[in-house]
Ligand binder design. Sequence first.
Ligand code: KG4
Ligand code: ZN
Length: 333
Amino acid sequence: MAIILGIESSCDETSAAICINGEIRSNVIANQLVHQHYGGVVPELASRAHQQNIIPTIQEAISNAKISKNEVDAVAFTRGPGLLGSLLVGTSFAKAFALAKNIPLIEVNHMQAHILAHFIDDPKPAFPFLCLTVSGGHTQIVLVKGYFDMEIVGETLDDAAGEAFDKTAKILGLPYPGGPLIDKYAQEGNPLAFTFPEPQIPGLNYSFSGLKTSILYFLKEQTKQNPHFVEQHLADICASVQHRIITILLGKLKRAAQEYAIKDIAIAGGVSANSGLRKALQELADSQDWKVYIPKFEYCTDNAAMIAMAGYHKFLKQDFVGQDIAPLARMSF
Ligand code: KG4
Ligand code: ZN
């Protein structure tokens, strides 16, 4: 019997989850709406909100799982990567809880946990598989050989895919986070209405900063001729930008699948909630004869269920850390 408490606090979501013998029994997420007015996450406000949210979130996760806090066998927490002030809140709470209850402490890499979210529900992928991890801070193609045996085979050289969505939204005057709103407007628009350039980056790496610049110049030019261009064409702009981001992401993923001769393909991270990406990946999978793994929406964006699941697999290996552990804003694997 193993009961793991998972804690996530790397960015602007405070989350706690309970995993019992590899099964997620609760997953509570407290969103921070305060950042909407600022066009991005304000680190100081995020850590203060984590401090307010963490105890009620953990209490709710424990009560939803119908256990007592005394039954928890280990605490898993996000050590990094993320905002240091935010990570400190989850890390400090995890350390204090482990010390008070005299139970082991487990560090989790947030990006690995996004991938391990695939082991929450069936069907679970078999090793090796390729995972396109697309979030607000990262864009990686990862060769997953085991639960903690992962190799980044391609990644962004500048902006992440989530940033491309969020920065485009900001240019269009939409609130943060803009990704879900672009997704929503894109559903009503024509993805071929406007053409944005595809970056020419060798190998399996990505670049998204040029796309942002080209959107900025395109809109500047259009609004010079028609000041109402954005409001009149919002759906088409969103659909066209989203279409380009998707073709960039899937182009390299297809290449990676060919290079590594792997047909088991997964997506993870906040951007994997994008309905256009999910649909396009499914279509590509059908044409390439891939077996694809697309997480449930609640396990795409930041959540502690994935942290608890990663923690469970480390618990099985007795992979624990001491009280001297500190969070890391940058953390590789
Ligand atoms: O994984 P995540 O929740 O946090 C990080 O680890 O960064 O990812 C957040 C990112 C944000 O950039 C957000 O705009 C994007 O995921 N996102 C989306 C959608 N839902 C979240 N992007 C496009 N379409 C969506 N439906
Ligand atoms: Zn994330």
